[in-house]
Design a protein around this ligand. Sequence first.
Ligand SMILES: NC(=O)c1ccc[n+]([C@@H]2O[C@H](COP(=O)([O-])OP(=O)(O)OC[C@H]3O[C@@H](n4cnc5c(N)ncnc54)[C@H](OP(=O)(O)O)[C@@H]3O)[C@@H](O)[C@H]2O)c1
Length: 381
Amino acid sequence: MSDPAFDRRLLDLAARVAMRSVGNVEPNPLVGAVVVRWMGSTPEVIGIGHHRRFGEAHAERAALSDCMRRGHDPRGATVYATLEPCNHTGKQPPCALGLIEAGVAEVVAARRDPNPLAAGGFEALEKAGIRCRVSGDSRAAIALSDPFVKRVKTGLPWVIAKWAQTIDGRVATRNGESKWISGDRSRKRVHRLRARVDAVLTGMGTVLADDPMLTARDVRRVRRAAMRVVADTDLDMPETAKLVTTARDLRTIVACSAELATGEITRAKRQRLATAGAVVVGVPTIGERLDLAALLRLLASEHGVSSVLVESGPGLLGSMLDADLVDELVVYVAPMMLGDEMARAAAAGRIAPTLSMAQRYELLRAKRIENDLEVVYRRRA
Ligand SMILES: NC(=O)c1ccc[n+]([C@@H]2O[C@H](COP(=O)([O-])OP(=O)(O)OC[C@H]3O[C@@H](n4cnc5c(N)ncnc54)[C@H](OP(=O)(O)O)[C@@H]3O)[C@@H](O)[C@H]2O)c1
């Protein structure tokens, strides 16, 4: 049964349950699945499941188990999944096999699996006589696996940039004051976000201005202990910075130019940072600054990083945006106005001189957080 409105509603539902496991399953994809029985042309949901934790049951098997637990028979049902069922034995048996054994009649997926290791689910299902189709009707279901698809296709981590701004788009006063623009509850949500990514990246400007810890505080359950990463081309990092003095307990990476990461003149400084527990890594430069794509690639390949939260000032953020390295924006708009053209804008400008050249984003969601607004955008493909 193919009805765009039902496809959207059922895949939206699968995406909503899967979102509960952000930070628990990566580098696996977030996946949700819904088992549906048709009452004439009306769907009845008889099972819902999602991939809850890395290494545990995949969404389709979780949804089939839920269906059986509720006393329903999945034979002849339609399964809506946010990603094509895998055809791969890893920590879990192939989902395609589970669906074949359960005797479902049809599988609808929001997108095909780009991972060559797991692909082939549709072919295996079709071979067993199960109808398969892709439905692009749920934006939420497609957006859900964007991070996974990007990682598989490019080897780069998913990059979220977060900042707090005034109504007129300023992130600090002309003197660099930025504590605090957003309210308590917004800042709590940022801590929660930090507890769900592999790395938090900032620039030396923010270290010098704010001396941040970049930790996830007062979070009920830290899903991922994010390493702190500082873009510091010239290895200027003060040894008294909180990021360094806490580096024994919380992983801190100082990324400097490849030359300074090995050169004689910085040997003593590197030694002191290493003694404090910080890890100095060398990154190629473009002009006078770090090659940020190379930094992201290094974080992914050498440090297993699959998601990065950028919490920097306008300098680093501007370069990240300029190099088109940011996938998602989480912006807190606080109800205040500076009206000062010398106050710092969110991104140091060089991105687009005309509207037609502007980087375009898609609005994913917006939510009121006390008196602030939390707005989430995705880079438009
Ligand atoms: N409202 C908010 O959400 C928020 C968040 C964070 C910060 N802030 C504010 O932002 C201000 C600091 O902004 P900022 O622009 O000076 O600092 P920043 O963006 O945090 O850091 C910029 C520094 O990063 C280093 N860097 C390394 N590679 C780079 C590259 N490829 N491109 C650009 N920079 C690179 C550079 O230092 P080296 O040349 O030494 O490498 C550069 O000076 C502070 O006032 C802070 O309070 C506000």
